[in-house]
Design a protein around this ligand. Structure first.
Ligand SMILES: *Cc1c(COP(=O)(O)O)cnc(C)c1O
Length: 362
C-alpha cells in the first residue's frame, strides 16, 4: 500500500492512526455485533458515541458551559443560511468579505435581511485581511460575520472584530482545531468537518446559549434549519450523520491523546507552515502572493513564473506522490493545504520536491 501526501483543500487527509482505528472497528464496534454504519442512532451504543464526541470537542476546545453544540447536516454552506435565519434579530448584520466563502455567506444572508459589507479585500484579490480595528461596524447589526481562515486565498484573521454587545459569528471550516481558540470571544462558531475534523457530510455549530434562546421570531424557519430545535433534540431531531460523528470522536481522541492537545497541534502546524513559507521567501522561482502578516497556516498558495510551469509542477508532483496541489481556479498557481493530519514529513517532501523542480526549471 502506498499512501500519498494529499494536499487537497477538502475533503482532506485524516490521521493514519484514526483510519486504522476505524478499520479495526469497522465490522464490529465494541461488542455490539455491528458496524457504526449499521447502528440505530437511537441505540444506547450510538448514544454513548455522540455523547463522547461532544464531550471530547468540549474538552479539546475548552468550550464554556454556556455554549451548546449541534451536529448539523448540509455542510458549512447551509450555515450561511441558518445564521441569518436564526440570528439576524434586528434584520441587519455586518459581513467582512475576505474571500469566496464569506462572499457566499453574505449573499445568502441578503435573502433574510440587510447585509452591510463593512470591509472587503476584493480590491487585491483577497490577498490580505482588512484591519478589523479600522472597520466601522453598524450599531444595529445583530452580529458580525467573518470567515476566519480563507481556504482558497491562504489568509487568516490574526485579530478578531470585538464590538461590545454584538456577537461575532465565524466560519472556521478550514482552521478549527488547528490551534487553541477562545470560544468566549464568539457568539457562534461553525465549521464544515471535511477539512480538519472528519469525513464530509456535516457541519458543527457552537452557539452561545442566549443567542439560541433569543433567536429571531419574525421568520418561519423549517425545523431542520432551526438551531434550537436541532440542539434541544441533542442533534437527533432526525437521523444525524452517525458515521461522521463517530469519526470526529476518533480525530478528537487523536488530538487529545497522541498529539497532546491544541497547543501542541498549533506548534506542529506552525512548524509545517514555516518550513514552506521560509522556502518560498528565499526562492526566486516560486512566489506567495499573500500579505505576510495574514498568511494562513492551513492553506499555502504559491505560483511558479508561468501557467505552463504550474501545470508541469502539479503533474510531476502527483507522480512523486504529492497530490492535489493545483490552486483554486480563481487564484491559479498552486495551493498546499496542510491541515492537522498532514505530517511534517509530507511538507518536507513537498519542499524537497519544490527545490528540485526549481533547480531543473529555474
Ligand atoms: C470548504 C469551506 C466551506 C464550504 O463547506 P461545505 O461544507 O462544502 O458547504 C465554507 N467555508 C469555508 C471556510 C470552507 O473552507
Amino acid at each position: 500500500m502506498a499512501r500519498v501526501y494529499n494536499f487537497s483543500a477538502g475533503p482532506s487527509m485524516l490521521p493514519l492512526s484514526v483510519l486504522q482505528k476505524a478499520q479495526s472497528e469497522l465490522l464490529e464496534y465494541g461488542s455490539s455485533g455491528q458496524s457504526v454504519m449499521e447502528m440505530s442512532h437511537r441505540s444506547s451504543v450510538y448514544d454513548a458515541i455522540i455523547v463522547e464526541t461532544e464531550a471530547a470537542l468540549r474538552r479539546v476546545l475548552n468550550i464554556p458551559d454556556n455554549y451548546k453544540v449541534g451536529f448539523i447536516q448540509g455542510g458549512a454552506s447551509t450555515q450561511f443560511a441558518m445564521v441569518p435565519m436564526n440570528l439576524m434579530t434586528t434584520g441587519e448584520a455586518d459581513y467582512l468579505v475576505t474571500g469566496q466563502f464569506s462572499g457566499k455567506a453574505a449573499k445568502e444572508a441578503e435573502k433574510f435581511g440587510t447585509v452591510h459589507v463593512v470591509a472587503s479585500s476584493k480590491d487585491k484579490n483577497f490577498t490580505y485581511i482588512p484591519d478589523v480595528d479600522a472597520v466601522e461596524y453598524s450599531p444595529n447589526a445583530s452580529y458580525i460575520h467573518i470567515c476566519e481562515n480563507n481556504t482558497i486565498y491562504g489568509t487568516r484573521f490574526t485579530k478578531l472584530p470585538q464590538v461590545d454587545g454584538i456577537p461575532l459569528v465565524a466560519d472556521m471550516s478550514s482552521c478549527i482545531l488547528s490551534r487553541p481558540t477562545d470560544v468566549s470571544k464568539y457568539g457562534l462558531i461553525y465549521f464544515g468537518v471535511q477539512k480538519n475534523v472528519a469525513p464530509a457530510g456535516m457541519a458543527v455549530a457552537i452557539v452561545r446559549e442566549d443567542l439560541l434562546e433569543n433567536a429571531r421570531t419574525d421568520l418561519a424557519r423549517p425545523a431542520m434549519l432551526d438551531y434550537k430545535t436541532l440542539i434541544d433534540a441533542r442533534s437527533m431531531y432526525n437521523t444525524p450523520n452517525c458515521w461522521s460523528i463517530y469519526m470526529m470522536g476518533l480525530v478528537l481522541h487523536w488530538i487529545e491523546n497522541e498529539v497532546g492537545g491544541l497547543t501542541e497541534m498549533e506548534k506542529r502546524n506552525n512548524a509545517k507552515a514555516q518550513l514552506l513559507y521560509d522556502y518560498l521567501d528565499q526562492s526566486s522561482f516560486f512566489q506567495n502572493p499573500v500579505n505576510k502578516a495574514d498568511r494562513s497556516i492551513m492553506n499555502v498558495t504559491f505560483a511558479s513564473p508561468s501557467k505552463e510551469l504550474d501545470a508541469k509542477f502539479c503533474q510531476e508532483a502527483a507522480e512523486a506522490g504529492l497530490v492535489n496541489l493545483k490552486g483554486h481556479r480563481s487564484v491559479g498557481g498552486m495551493r498546499a493545504s496542510i491541515y492537522n493530519a498532514m505530517p511534517l514529513d509530507g511538507v518536507q517532501a513537498l519542499v524537497a520536491f519544490m527545490k528540485e523542480f526549481e533547480a531543473r526549471n529555474g
